[in-house]
Design a protein around this ligand. Structure first.
Ligand SMILES: Nc1ncnc2c1ncn2[C@@H]1O[C@H](COP(=O)(O)OP(=O)(O)OP(=O)(O)O)[C@@H](O)[C@H]1O
Ligand SMILES: O=C(O)C1=C[C@@H](O)[C@@H](O)[C@H](O)C1
Ligand SMILES: [Mg+2]
Length: 221
């Protein structure tokens, strides 16, 4: 995965590992990492406090502004951005995530994994009698939104962060290869070589050095 072109956004439900994986991925690719929840906290104080004193609606406005800036900056230079679990509730954010230069990785976990990670959670939306049930409802409700913007989905249940990062890098590498191939094919076609150097029966029509040795009747031993 060439880091010079990597523009990656991690989405997913609370406790999926977006912040953990995002930081490690940025280190791995040698590109800046941004966590929009951390940006909100730096500018406005603890998220639980914002929910308590100003309400969720105001939190979502603040979040939208922070996310808008982070995603705009991502178009200027490569980077990894981890969003808060509910950032995709905003339609403007979902529209920004559709930019073709941005690869959106949806990090998924199952209920058991969430349950193991939610102990002692200070997440205001999960401050419920049964945080795991609340998490399940949130994850289920938001699933169509995560899916609507995801370039790919990566499972993060039962595996250590390093394995999840490897998985994300593999997906990004595959996407990059597919893009390079599509670009090559388009350039090839534009150059008027629509058959890509192959005749309809699959035989090479463009000679190269490798073919020379295999040619029947070649003088070489
Ligand atoms: N692959 C993993 N294996 C084990 N523990 C993990 C893994 N990924 C993250 N964790 C742990 O799970 C907890 C939640 O991770 P993290 O804060 O990265 O999730 P998040 O998706 O950013 O959550 P939030 O929506 O609250 O921002 C942390 O304690 C983290 O250390
Ligand atoms: O899922 C959510 O709606 C939230 C997730 C966190 O990342 C924070 O952005 C905040 O607690 C809201
Ligand atoms: Mg996080």
């Amino acid at each position: 995965m060439p880091a010079a072109t990597a523009r990656v956004v991690l989405i997913g439900p609370p406790a999926a590992g977006k912040s953990t994986i995002g930081r490690l991925l940025g280190d791995r690719l040698g590109i800046p990492f941004t966590d929009t929840d951390a940006m909100i906290v730096a500018a406005h104080g603890p998220i639980a406090e914002i929910f308590r004193t100003r309400g969720e609606a105001r939190f979502r406005e603040i979040e939208r502004e922070v996310v808008r800036r982070a995603l705009r900056r991502l178009l200027d230079r490569p980077g990894v951005v981890s969003l808060g679990g509910g950032a995709i509730l905003n339609s403007g954010t979902r529209a920004q995530l559709k930019h073709p230069a941005i690869k959106v990785m949806s990090i998924e976990i199952d209920e058991e994994t969430a349950s193991a990670r939610l102990h002692g959670s200070h997440r205001p939306l999960l401050a419920d009698e049964d945080p795991v049930e609340r998490w399940k409802a949130l994850a289920e409700e938001r699933r169509p939104l995560y899916e609507s913007v995801a370039t790919a989905t990566v499972s993060a249940s039962n595996d250590p962060p390093s394995t999840v990062v490897n998985r994300v890098v593999d997906v990004l590498t595959g996407l990059q290869r597919a893009e390079n191939y599509a670009k090559f094919a388009a350039e090839d076609e534009a150059a008027g070589d629509a058959d890509g150097g192959y005749a309809e029966d699959g035989q090479r029509t463009v000679a190269d050095d490798t073919d020379a040795d295999d040619t029947e009747g070649s003088d070489e031993a």
